[in-house]
Design a protein around this ligand. Sequence first.
Ligand code: XIL
Length: 320
Amino acid sequence: AQLHSLAVAAGKLYFGSATDNGEITDTAYRAILDNADEFGQITPGNGQKWQFTEPTQGQFSYTSGDAIASLAKENNQLLRCHTLVWHSQLPSWVSGGSWTEAELTSIIETHISNVVGHYKGACYSWDVVNEALNEDGTLRDSIFSQVLGSSFIGIAFHAAGQADPDALLYYNDYNLEWTGSKSKAVINTVIPAIKAAGAEIDGVGCQAHLIVGSVPSRADMAATLQSYIDAGAAEVAYTELDIRFSSLPPTDDGLKTQGDAYADVVGACLDVEECVGITIWDYTDKYSWIPSVFPGSGAALLYDENLEKKPAWTSVSSIL
Ligand code: XIL
């Protein structure tokens, strides 16, 4: 059986993959991506980010995002929409402006009402705010935090909820898979800030960009997922899972270790009822973002560069 079907049989909502505009013309790649029994959910890897959706103030472009949204719709796959307010891939007209609080609030609200409005009804969820925290749990420096402090988070969630009341609203970040300063800040800062703004948070997304050899135990990861539920999130998910090797090529033993690590992450989601699903950040090493951002690292996904299943695929399918 295939991964999404197995995940559904195990009580989850989906097992999915990110994809991106440059690769969706690859027919061999599409033959696997389009199989909704394998991937029941899709996330656009880039196309809905601010730099693409509002490259110039007030001029909205949905070409890239729409291509992925229609692919998911044709395939009967859920769409996780990604992302609205993020310090990265932000056009310089936003990051380089000298805004008053009122101006930047209005810029955020206008961006969100347009983009979320455009995709209204199509998104299972939105990653409303992405990566707002430093590793020590303090607020990351960005144009948003400089001008608005932590209030930009509530502003964004409020605007997203207004624009599509049916999409589930997520806070999404990396290194939230284990308990530490960053995960505690989600519980003690992010969730309370959203509630204090009179807005709602539905989910916490743990990106799960992990490294072979440094993956926490299944029990630790499950307990951390549960801590977000206990803090008031209705659900959690692994939203961008990949587990990279920091030196290449992997050995056979390494590939087995990677498979065990994948099983632990998927297992942690199985252990927490409110963990709705798992998204890998593309499914094949052929199109992984890892080598370009972490030079010398890679081989992080379930299929190799030739679109062949790796030991980690078998490991995930066995645990599901
Ligand atoms: C990455 C994309 O995969 C790359 O193509 C792009 O160049 C940079 O962004 N966290 C996120 C994702 O939330 O949006 C990032 O995606 C990976 C890290």
